[in-house]
Design a binder for this molecule. Structure first.
Ligand SMILES: Nc1ncnc2c1ncn2[C@@H]1O[C@H](COP(=O)(O)OP(=O)(O)O)[C@@H](O)[C@H]1O
Ligand SMILES: [Mg+2]
Length: 214
């Protein structure tokens, strides 16, 4: 059986990642593709526990940037080994809301730990598993913040960061996309949800076509 494809969705909070993942999962399923929709950090029990830790406002002042980077990497390592790799081997396509590029942008860029340092940590965590395609939802931090405010949840630890932090995260995402245009496709997240879905399908068209002919 053909290996499934790993498609990751990246971008700032409020960019529309969950919205796109859900719409894309339905589109792929309608084309007969077996799809698994997952989000980071989480997806398996240990990683969900780490997610809870990372979201506790009480830890905001105490959690150092290196510990934060390692917690995300630990959650990712467990998800990769116990879910992503087995599902991909079984031929399932995995739509994953955030992956290594999030850590490169947030911990490498935003927290200023350095993209290459965080890349090395994540290479270890994932044993080198790389997405077949990454959809980067581009939106200004300001617009992302406005969209998030329409959600009724309290801001979490990272959401409380200042404007400069998110500008750096967004700029780092853009640098990653510029450095790897074959894998990372930047989509205009200011467009309507339908239009973003259309752009996303266009950006993975070659994967779908290749799948049909093998
Ligand atoms: N293309 C879009 N245009 C306008 N609003 C959108 C679009 N995509 C998502 N939204 C809305 O913006 C908010 C954040 O979307 P969401 O998918 O939760 O983003 P993320 O998962 O990236 O944080 C939600 O209220 C959602 O309904
Ligand atoms: Mg989301």
């Amino acid at each position: 059986m053909d290996r499934g494809k790993l498609i990751t969705i990246e971008g700032l909070d409020g960019a529309g990642k969950t919205t796109l993942a859900t719409a894309l999962a339905a589109e792929l399923a309608a084309r007969g593709v077996t799809v698994s929709q997952l989000r980071e950090p989480g997806g398996v029990a240990l990683s969900e526990r780490i997610r809870q830790l990372l979201r506790e406002p009480a830890l905001a002042g105490a959690l150092g940037p290196r510990a934060e980077a390692l917690l995300y990497a630990a959650a990712r390592a467990q998800l990769t080994a116990s879910k992503l790799v087995p599902q991909l081997k079984a031929g399932t396509w995995v739509l994953l809301d955030r992956f290594v590029d999030s850590s490169l942008a947030y911990q490498g860029g935003g927290r200023q730990l350095g993209v290459e340092t965080i890349r090395a940590v994540n290479l270890f965590a994932t044993a080198g598993l790389t997405p077949d395609r990454t959809l980067l939802l581009r939106l200004s931090p300001h617009a992302g913040r406005l969209r998030q405010q329409t959600r009724a949840t309290e801001p979490d630890r990272i959401e409380q960061e200042d404007h400069a932090f998110f500008e750096t995260v967004a700029a780092t995402y853009d640098e990653l996309a510029a450095a790897d245009p074959q894998r990372i496709r930047a989509l205009d997240a200011t467009a309507s949800a339908d239009e973003v879905l259309r752009q996303a399908l266009h950006a993975i068209e070659d994967l779908l076509t290749a799948d049909r002919h093998t």
